[in-house]
Ligand binder design. Structure first.
Ligand code: PAF
Length: 283
């Protein structure tokens, strides 16, 4: 496994693989088993001949909250060990100064899917994600990239970016990886208090109950209300949103038979957790 901290080093390391399949997994570090599953999927897609590239870059421009950026866990040594164990070929670990020019003046904004759910709550977040992923795609020129479905809206927006900007990369969505008690893996989980860690699987349990209710014919409002109620009972928890939307457009369901997404974001103390579940009326 090779590591690159400058764009030039990255270009040199990747030159060996041009013409082969290059599969990228962008990350912000603090790698956990969810990232490992993305890396293993990337290794499988790349095969023995191809190249798996991961980036570890805590992207400051996608943080709308300075406290969240300052407390985001950083574990570079452990991250490299995870990458090595998952068969990564090249790890790109730039600093913000290397990634961004101080007087950068190009802004990249998706204007439809980003206006709802987390986008409505975190102004500028998805513009920052689009900017960094676009830059990483330009630097690496991957044939494929793998993103987790926990950040469902992020994946939908990146698919739109790739489509609308004709970026020649195939995106793959990977299933959410969970703890045994159902909590979706997240780099932020380590910041939960013991009490909130114990209560956090309520998110998953309430989403499963909501899916059952929705399948049995519950209205959109009561499906969301069930999740809201389950979470607001927990001391120190503030629900940011619970919304049932069209799984493709992320906007309100125009047709109840279309695949839907029930998405939730909640603050456990000052730790913001998100999760989601895909729903249909008929299955
Ligand atoms: O999902 C993440 O960890 C980040 O948003 C990403 C895609 C690596 C961009 O910084």
């Amino acid at each position: 496994m090779q590591t690159a901290s400058t764009k030039q080093e990255l270009r040199e390391q990747l030159s060996l693989y041009r013409g082969k399949r290059i599969v990228m997994v962008p990350t912000m570090g603090a790698l956990h088993e969810g990232h490992a599953s993305l890396l293993r999927q990337a290794r499988e897609l790349a095969g023995a001949e191809g190249c798996v590239v991961s980036s570890i870059f805590l992207n400051p421009v996608q943080f709308d909250n300075a406290g969240d950026l300052a407390t985001y866990p950083q574990t570079p040594e452990a991250d490299l060990a995870v990458c090595r164990a998952c068969g990564v070929d090249v790890v790109f670990m730039p600093t913000p100064d290397i990634m961004y020019c101080a007087d950068r003046s190009i802004h990249l904004e998706e204007t439809h899917l980003s206006t709802v759910l987390c986008g409505a709550k975190r102004p500028g977040h998805f513009a920052g994600v689009c900017l960094v992923v676009n830059k990483l795609f330009n630097l690496v020129q991957p044939t494929d990239a793998v993103f987790g479905k926990k950040d469902y809206q992020q994946l939908a927006i990146l698919r739109r970016m790739v489509r609308d900007l004709d970026i020649p990369v195939t995106l793959h969505g990977a299933e959410i990886v969970r703890e045994a008690d159902g909590l979706a893996l997240s780099s932020r989980n380590v910041r939960l208090t013991p009490e909130h860690r114990e209560a956090a699987p309520t998110i998953r349990r309430s989403l499963l109950a909501a899916r059952q209710a929705y399948r049995a014919g519950a209205s959109e409002e009561s499906t969301c209300a069930g999740v809201q109620q389950a979470l607001t009972h927990i001391p120190g928890v503030r629900v940011d949103y619970v919304e049932l939307v069209d799984a493709e457009t992320l906007h309100p369901l125009a047709d109840a038979t279309r695949p839907a997404l029930l998405a939730v974001a909640a603050y456990f103390g000052d730790v913001r957790l998100i999760d989601n579940i895909e729903l249909t009326r008929t299955v």
